[in-house]
Write a protein that binds this ligand. Structure first.
Ligand code: GUN
Length: 285
């Protein structure tokens, strides 16, 4: 699924390079959260595979907020870096909002800056947030009709649930949906998820969605990544989604697996944002 998008990105990158511009993406990691380290490594590796300029900034877990803001200021002013992100979560002594607000919106490839969130909401996006954009591309490239369909989004996070809902209700291809958002405080949540033609689950709870919560023939997209104990595996743990895949797959007309479904699409859309940022900086977009 992501390969066709990467093929398009490679063409855009080579066109930029022919004009003397190499798209540059920087990823800032503060501390040594193991999951974050894995994500940051994957992002850097993909950048290099695509022939982009890749910078990883690793800061110690006791770096101060001022240290981080100074680094962000440098990246904002660095002409070789077209986009960058600060990997979340941050250590508790650093304020996430202050950090996100310090990023130049033109380089905010995560689409977390309030200016970019606002632009996305009114249908004039500078960037689209990578995970919801990845979900939308999965739907489009799998030929799933979204126009007029009832999309139920499970979860209301700023990273996935809220932007996902906003994107699916926009006018246009891959959207035009009727959207309902359900969350931990929703009364009788299964009665709502059962109405979904397309069920997008980003709740952060392992195997939260069971067969009784899904309409026969629904399309189910699982955004969850939960590490659970698995005594049988060499690592002693495994990655599972928010959907109980084995029971729901018999009911869904299509279902995305974890790992391997949304995750690779997220990285792909992040790369797409970095290339778009470089194109805008180069004046070719
Ligand atoms: N942590 C988990 N997901 C993300 C993401 O999409 N961007 C950043 N910066 N941190 C994350």
């Amino acid at each position: 699924m992501s390969e066709s998008i990467y093929a398009e990105l490679r063409e855009r990158i080579s066109s930029l390079k022919s004009k003397g511009v190499t798209p540059g993406l920087a990823v800032v990691l503060v501390g040594d959260d193991p999951a974050s380290e894995v994500y940051v490594r994957m992002k850097g590796k993909k950048c290099e595979e695509l022939g982009m300029h890749s910078v990883t900034v690793a800061m110690p877990g006791d770096a101060t907020q001022a240290d981080l803001l100074k680094k962000i200021g440098e990246l904002n002013g660095d002409g070789s870096i077209h986009g960058f992100l600060v990997q979340l979560p941050l250590p508790p002594h650093i304020d996430e909002k202050t950090v996100i607000n310090a990023i130049d919106p033109k380089k905010d490839v995560d689409c977390f800056h309030p200016v970019n969130v606002g632009k996305m909401l009114i249908g004039e996006p500078e960037f689209l947030p990578a995970t919801p954009a990845g979900v939308q591309q999965m739907l489009v490239r799998s030929g799933v009709e979204t126009k007029g369909k009832h999309v139920v989004v499970v979860g209301r996070s700023n990273i996935v649930g809220k932007p996902m809902a906003a994107m699916m209700m926009q006018k246009g291809d891959g959207a035009d949906s009727t959207v309902t958002v359900v969350h931990s405080r929703t009364r009788d949540l299964p009665s709502v998820t059962r109405l979904a033609d397309i069920l997008i689950v980003a709740m952060g709870k392992a195997n939260f969605v069971t067969a009784d919560m899904v309409k026969e023939g629904a399309v189910v997209i699982d955004v969850g990544t939960n590490r659970v104990d698995d005594p049988g595996s060499p690592k002693g743990s495994k990655l599972v989604g928010d959907v109980d895949f084995e029971v729901v797959k018999g009911k869904a007309s299509a279902i995305s697996p974890v790992p391997g479904g949304v995750g690779p699409m997220t990285i792909c859309m992040l790369m797409a944002n970095a290339v778009s940022a470089a194109e805008r900086a180069a004046g070719t977009r």
